[in-house]
Design a protein around this ligand. Structure first.
Ligand SMILES: Cc1ncc(COP(=O)(O)O)c(C=O)c1O
Length: 340
């Protein structure tokens, strides 16, 4: 059975596994004080051209989102996000369980828009009872979004300038960041991103690591962030587990190299389905591809390949999602195209 169900189907890149074995019997201090974590943090800041930033290595996406958001907000504040944002609809209320409401504004293919963000804030503060409501305290976006779409540099600049105007941090969920940075026509680089937000994370779980997300605070981490990480159960005693992985991913450009592989295969898949006359739900430049199939084809494909059912398009058509990753084989993409 072919499987394009998501981008975390396999274990870890073989170079990571090799380094686990090589370093296995070394005695290293815990909680991120090991030499691999220290080296990974330096390599990440160098790649971001952000020497004054601070990096923390956490374990998974939901945990990272809830820890960062909880660290930034007071208990009377919420976080602005798209209704399709991962924190708004796929995290089991992880943000709300810390006491912070997710405040949604309109989305367009997964993205929020600077003008609408401003409009929301203007209207919020124009309401003379605003102090009776949850106060917007920060903005969350994802890049790539849950629809595989990307912000342009100009869009990020516009959003960030409103965040600054309202003194709210901008936090970018980069669970799939590699696939965004490696996309063909993006004008957003890692150093750009580091200039255009207060915090973002470099997703490892979906991009070659067994697990792990590297949070980059581009200026300064919120006070006692380490302690907040611990409170969230996110501080690994054996911090080397994530340190070794990011140290490997940020050696010899491995992170970008494996991200480009996923994009190349996604592009082959996209060109192949278009050549066969299928329509796309949207034009995703990243590793998630959304294809519209009729219901007969849908039922047939279900027996032969794993994918995500995205949404019903009309009574006769369904949009399905195929994800490529660092580990996808080209022969599997060709086999999928043959089935389509
Ligand atoms: C954009 C985004 N953020 C966060 C997450 C959450 O990651 P995890 O499943 O590791 O908690 C996901 C998972 O699919 C995601 O797509």
């Amino acid at each position: 059975m072919l499987n394009f169900g998501c981008d975390y189907l396999e274990g870890a890149h073989e170079k990571i596994l090799a380094r686990f074995i090589e370093t296995n019997m070394e005695k290293e201090p815990g909680y991120g004080a090991d030499k691999y974590t220290i080296s990974a943090k330096k390599k990440i800041l160098d790649a971001c051209e952000c020497p004054d930033g601070e990096v923390f290595l956490l374990v998974g996406g939901t945990q990272t989102n809830s820890t960062v958001i909880d660290a930034y907000l007071n208990n009377y504040q919420g976080v602005i996000a798209a209704p399709t944002g991962h924190i708004a609809c796929h995290e089991s209320g992880a943000i709300e369980s810390c006491g912070h409401k997710v405040l949604t504004i309109p989305q367009h293919l997964g993205k929020i828009e600077a003008g609408e963000l401003k409009e929301f804030l203007v209207n919020f503060y124009a309401d003379e009872t605003y102090e009776h409501q949850v106060i917007p305290g920060m903005v969350y976006i994802s890049h790539p979004t849950e629809y595989g779409t990307l912000y342009t540099k100009a869009e990020l600049e516009a959003i960030y300038s409103i965040c600054k105007e309202y003194e709210m941090p901008l936090f970018v969920d980069g669970a799939r960041l590699g696939y965004g940075l490696a996309a063909d026509d993006t004008d957003v680089t890692l150093p750009d991103l580091a200039k255009l937000c207060d915090a973002f994370y470099i997703g490892g779980t979906k991009v070659g690591a067994l697990c792990g997300e590297a949070v980059v605070f581009t200026k300064k981490a919120p006070k006692f962030f380490f302690t907040t990480v611990k409170q969230h159960g996110a501080l690994l005693a054996k911090g080397r587990l994530v340190g070794i992985q990011f140290d490997t991913l940020f050696t010899d450009d491995l992170y970008m190299e494996i991200s480009k592989h996923a994009i190349r295969l996604a592009n082959i898949l996209k060109a192949g389905v278009l050549a066969k006359g299928y329509k796309l739900l949207l034009d995703s430049p990243t590793n998630q591809q959304f294809i519209i199939v009729d219901n007969v084809k849908y039922a047939e494909l279900k027996k032969q390949v794993a994918f995500s059912t995205w949404e019903k398009v009309d009574d006769n058509h369904t949009a399905i999602r195929f994800a490529t990753s660092w580990a996808t084989k080209e022969e599997d993409v060709q086999a999928l195209l043959a089935l389509l």
